[in-house]
Ligand binder design. Structure first.
Ligand SMILES: *Cc1c(COP(=O)(O)O)cnc(C)c1O
Length: 392
């Protein structure tokens, strides 16, 4: 048995079977290169699903995390810690939003946003304006409430009763948004639907929807759990859309590999949640926040411009590969459409054999490389992807 087989067998015996895993155990990595338990080498185009923003084991991030870990790992939200406030200050100064609530993952951040939206409306209009609209084909998380918020029927199964008060609108259809806006306190959207297949939402629609929401005092929540923290070439994707959301949620990339999420509140929502209204034990953990301060600090204009350049580089190369029908996405959040009936999961499996880790997003092959991926790593990973595709 290989080392990977031993790890896999133990996992299958004792870990709940909630994930379909590939038969590889990854043991270590540096930037966009990683190794499995048997010495196999891979270029990582996944970042652990958009999490490892600075790749594996970035030295600046490691230093920040270890320094904090050597001082204080946790104290609870009953006391102040410095990293939490420093990170919140950075997030606010870089976005124009006003206050931050820290959580641990995307679904939990979205729960916080939903609670805030409902309380905003309750305080101002009373209890009958609690509806929340989200987009068809969206993904907002796996808790009972964020499944309700997710605009895909496949997620509305087994776990009844789901949280009430959610309805779905078609991206691009302003008329439907207006028609369904009665009794609604918030519209929650992704700007690029990630799990839905790396599908960008039309810019003009987003602008019009934001305008309509402002007129009606319907809060605009932008779910940047996947698009946030540099992924699309700006610190947050909404900054490229010319809109001013009332609430922004983010998670995956902000902790660089440690569990961390944030809900950013704008002018209208900054004071809605008060003591006792919302809390989470691990929220704002000083170790995760100290790492995130380093991550956000690294994302200056030059860094973000490079994310866009690398994205264009991938697009140009990938479009010339066999069986590639098209490319969607922005920055280093990209989806490759396949032609000739090829299944995205089969391409991911072929990629593993060629030494590149890839993701799927529905029928597309999704690429979320670390934002620090080097030109040499890009070339090596793209060559492996091309070989994988040529095998079909
Ligand atoms: C991944 C994701 C979530 C859920 O995040 P978790 O950390 O898995 O709870 C929510 N929204 C979007 C847009 C995501 O991509």
């Amino acid at each position: 048995m290989s080392n990977s087989d031993i790890i896999r067998a133990r996992d299958s015996e004792y870990v709940a079977h909630t994930y379909g895993r590939f038969p590889v155990a990854i043991t270590e990595g540096k930037n966009a290169v990683c190794f499995d338990a048997d010495g196999g080498r891979y270029i990582d185009f996944t970042s652990g699903i958009g999490v490892n923003s600075l790749g594996f084991c970035d030295e600046g991030w490691q230093r920040a995390v270890i320094a904090q870990l050597s001082k204080l790992q946790h104290i609870s939200n009953l006391y102040y810690t410095e990293p939490c406030g420093r990170l919140a200050e950075l997030l606010c100064s870089r976005t124009g939003l006003k206050k931050v609530f820290f959580a641990n993952g995307g679904a939990e951040a979205n729960e916080g946003a939903i609670k805030c939206a409902r309380k905003y409306s309750f305080d101002k209009y009373g209890p009958d304006r609690s509806g929340i609209l989200t987009l068809k084909n969206s993904f907002h998380g796996r808790t009972v409430t964020t499944l309700s918020a997710t605009g895909q029927d496949v997620f509305h199964n087994y776990f009844f009763p789901f949280t009430e008060g959610f309805d779905f609108v078609t991206p691009g259809d302003i008329g439907e948004l207006k028609a369904k806006s009665e009794g609604v306190c918030a519209l929650m959207i992704e700007l690029i639907q990630g799990e839905g297949g790396v599908v960008p939402v039309d810019r003009e629609y987003v602008k019009k929807a934001a305008e309509f929401c402002r007129e009606k005092d319907i809060l605009l929540i932008v779910d940047e759990v996947q698009t946030g923290v540099g992924r699309t070439g700006s610190l947050f994707c909404f900054q490229q859309y010319g809109i001013a959301p009332d609430i922004v949620t983010t998670a995956k990339g902000i902790g660089g590999g440690l569990p961390l999420a944030a809900v950013l509140f704008g002018e209208k929502t900054a004071e809605v949640l008060g003591p006792g209204d919302h809390a989470t034990t691990f929220g704002g953990n000083p170790v995760a926040c100290a790492g995130a301060v380093e991550i956000i600090g690294r994302m200056d204009d030059k860094f973000l411009a490079e994310v866009l350049e690398k994205g264009e580089y991938i697009k140009n190369k990938a479009l010339k590969m066999p069986h590639v029908g098209g490319l969607s996405g922005m920055g280093l959040m990209l989806g490759i459409s396949l032609s000739d009936g090829i299944k995205s999961a089969d391409v991911v499996r072929a990629g593993i054999s060629q030494g590149v880790l890839l993701l799927t997003a529905k029928e597309k092959v999704r690429l979320l490389p670390p934002l620090t991926v080097t030109c040499a790593e890009l070339d090596e990973g793209l060559a492996a992807l091309e070989k994988a595709l040529a095998g079909f």
